[in-house]
Design a protein around this ligand. Structure first.
Ligand code: SF4
Length: 316
């Protein structure tokens, strides 16, 4: 491996880790899926229910917010400066690790922005509205985030064959003949499968964030662990949120208990979704999240302290 700086070495040694990866039981994922399907067997879902980490998070906060998300009550998605900066930075990381030759961060950010404009309508709308000056500022911010990423990770472009980085991995798991779907997109997955020991857990799933750690990040990561386990038949050995500004992370080693916890959260949300779809009343639990709830103006329980926020953007 190329010579590494101290922060890069810390990531390699302590986050990616150099220890032997665990081998999981051959029936682990089948048991997990069976438990989920058994717990949901009596549910009557006339229409397919789609759950994501955002919806699971809403479920944990307030039944009304969860119901609003399931019903698609949020206005058509449009980027806020925060969400646009997030997708641009993620795309820049992707461009950086797949480029044929080394590029400077601003160039990488420019390519990433062009690709997003071509492929994602909400981003194209946001980008056009920024104007030339706003676009330059956004590119500078993406270049800053990429620089922070490079400062913390070994050079992934050069280590593609060793670390098999997969950016923006979209995954979906279906249950009950696709009447329940769990989906998500993982910012970055590292790790080659072991051809000689396919049940060895060799993957690390990463969420890249700016800003500070939040308690819900750990629960989000468990959703990724469950999705990876169900899709690949082997869970990741570890999941982590990486905080770009500080170069620190919050990580959890994945074992059956972690997967079971994520499965129970999925089952609880699916059961409540079915209850609501059958005309049930949501249990309202006001809190700071009322600020981005589409029902905040009409809800009798809305937190009066919550300042209405940009409901069009993705809730934090
Ligand atoms: S306004 Fe607040 S309490 Fe009411 S449904 Fe929305 S999140 Fe729940």
């Amino acid at each position: 491996m190329a010579e590494l700086t101290e922060p890069q070495r810390r990531t390699v040694e302590q986050l990616i880790g150099t220890q032997e990866r665990p081998v999981v039981a051959a029936d682990l994922v089948r048991r997990l899926r069976d438990r989920i399907e058994r717990a949901l067997a009596d549910l009557e879902l006339r229409e397919a229910v789609w759950l994501t980490k955002e919806r699971l998070r809403a479920h944990g906060r307030c039944g009304g917010l969860f119901q609003a998300q399931l019903a698609g009550e949020h206005a058509r998605f449009a980027h806020t400066p925060t969400t646009a900066a997030g997708v641009l930075a993620h795309r820049a990381v992707e461009v950086d690790m797949t480029a044929r030759s080394p590029l400077d961060p601003f160039e990488v950010a420019s390519i990433a922005a062009r690709r997003l404009v071509d492929r994602e309508d909400p981003f194209a709308v946001h980008w056009a509205a920024l104007g030339e000056r706003g676009q330059e500022e956004a590119l500078a911010e993406a270049a800053r985030r990429l620089t922070l990423f490079r400062a913390s990770f070994p050079p992934l472009r050069e280590l593609r064959s060793a670390l098999a980085p997969i950016p923006e991995l979209r995954l979906r798991a279906e249950f009950l003949d696709a009447r329940l779907v769990l989906s998500g997109q993982i910012d970055l997955v590292l790790g080659l499968p072991d051809a000689d020991a396919p049940l060895r857990a060799t993957r690390l799933a990463l969420d890249l964030k700016t800003g500070a750690a939040r308690p819900e990040h750990a629960a989000d990561l468990r959703v990724y662990a469950l999705l990876l386990a169900l899709r690949f038949g082997v869970p990741p050995y570890r999941v982590a949120t990486f905080y770009l500004e500080a170069g620190t992370w919050q990580a959890e080693d994945v074992d059956e208990r972690v997967l079971q916890h994520a499965a129970e959260r999925l089952v609880a949300a699916a059961r409540d979704a079915a209850h609501l779809a059958a005309g049930g009343t949501p249990v309202l639990a006001p809190g700071p999240w009322c600020a981005w709830c589409p029902r905040v103006e009409v809800c009798p329980a809305a937190d009066p302290e919550a300042v209405p926020g940009p409901v069009l953007g993705r809730a934090p």
